[in-house]
Design a protein around this ligand. Sequence first.
Ligand code: AMP
Length: 181
Amino acid sequence: MDSFQELALPAFLHEALKTMHFEKPTAVQAQAIPPALEGKDLIASAETGSGKTAAFGIPLLTFLTNNSSKTALVLTPTRELAEQVAEVFTHLSGGRHDLRHALLIGGVGMDKQVEAIHRGARLFIGTPGRINDHIGQQTLNLSRTGFLVLDEADRMLDMGFAPQLDKMRSWLTGPRQTMLF
Ligand code: AMP
């Protein structure tokens, strides 16, 4: 893939990429986006700064656009990374109401996060501990989650999140596509 124009993306995504001045895909984007748009699971090894956020963000937003009853989940090892990822999604989604996210991270109150979920967010971005807290309090339901991203999965395991990820997996009951970075 040499250009984003070759891809069958929703029009708003082509517009957002233009606004963001993303003209040519980076290496990880060129390799990951076409198979991900076909619905394939994938594992990608890419450094910070390689454009990995859009490598999963573009297929994820395409999935949500084409599957209006589904939700998506992006897990990160740290709050800071979750915030950075959320910011990229804000730009990529071009302010579309039906693609709003809820940022579910620790260290801040649950109330605003619950509000964001109730307002109809279909994209949940956060850290494993807080997401499990929401599941435990029944403020988050992952039964409609059809797209899962594990960002910096190696770091999540290094940080001892394996039990949290295992616990969460039992709530992801429906069919889903997974991207692991
Ligand atoms: P990331 O690895 O996702 O944190 O992205 C690193 C930086 O590259 C960010 O500042 C992005 O805005 C930028 N970036 C990602 N993809 C592209 C692209 N295709 N063209 C130009 N800049 C990009």
